[in-house]
Design a protein around this ligand. Structure first.
Ligand code: ATP
Length: 239
């Protein structure tokens, strides 16, 4: 076995009722990598992430995390083991302050002093959150809520951070900021699986990428290689 593989998905199938959304997807994420999963609307990217994180039942296939099968395990148990997702739409606690949201991210931990230190670290990555630490999350802009959702996920000390469309619906400046932070967090050693419709940004940031179409993986390779691939450019980069 390859000890560097943190997450290994093989032949994953997921269905909603009679509809197969994911039809046999395989990929892996190694220690320290940033892996991007790109593809059009409805390709099955979000469904794949949900299956991996225990939020959607698996119809068939295998999911291994840290060398062991995690198929059938609940989302809660997986977060405790370091598999942490930032969902599409962010899911912050709108009636809680920023600081309270970050504390909620650490609910699986009880090391009080280190939790405080980690909140400071998150504030270091996102100065905007620090400025607004007593503001209710529901009153923040979309980009700020994305930052908060990422900060909250970091509070769980992820071994693998799964990001579902972090740039969705954000202004170009905010998209820049979010990718800057994704690169930052990756640079600090966090392993990342990034799902994005913004293929150019996601592939530019990635060590490796996978292209999904209609529930299957159609291409894979180094991020830069995919970014320069004529088929990828024609299908996903508007060329
Ligand atoms: P997007 O970028 O739009 O989220 P995606 O690649 O993440 O796209 P999924 O959200 O995984 O795609 O959707 C894959 C397929 O599964 C789509 O055909 C979608 O309509 C279907 N699907 C997703 N969620 C459900 C659900 N809860 N019930 C029924 N069908 C669903």
């Amino acid at each position: 076995a390859d000890n560097n593989i943190l997450l290994k998905v093989g032949g994953l199938k997921v269905a909603y009722g009679g509809i197969q959304a994911v039809k046999g997807v395989s990929f892996e994420v190694r220690q320290g990598e940033l892996v991007s999963l790109i593809g059009a609307n409805g390709a099955g990217k979000t469904t794949t992430l949900k299956a991996v994180t225990g939020l959607q039942p698996v119809a068939d296939g295998e999911i291994e995390y840290l060398g062991k099968s995690i198929k059938g395990q609940g989302a809660w148990d997986l977060v405790k083991q370091g598999l942490v997702m930032v969902p599409e739409g962010r899911g912050t606690f709108t009636r809680m302050t920023i600081t309270e949201n970050l504390q909620m991210g650490a609910y699986i931990r009880n090391d009080k002093a280190e939790i405080l230190a980690d909140i400071d670290k998150v504030f270091g990555i996102f100065p905007r959150l620090k400025e607004r630490r007593n503001q209710l999350a529901g009153t923040m802009s979309g980009g700020e809520q994305q930052m908060l959702a990422m900060g909250r996920a970091l509070m769980a000390r992820p071994k693998v951070l799964l990001l579902d469309e972090p740039s969705m619906g954000l202004s170009p400046i905010m998209v820049d900021k979010i990718f800057e932070v994704v690169n930052d967090i990756h640079g600090q050693g966090v392993t990342i699986l990034l799902v994005e419709q913004n293929a150019s940004r996601a592939l530019a940031a990635a060590n490796r990428g996978y292209v999904m179409e209609s529930g299957i993986v159609t291409m894979t390779g180094e991020g830069k290689h995919l970014l320069n691939d004529p088929k990828v450019r024609a299908a996903y980069l508007g060329e």
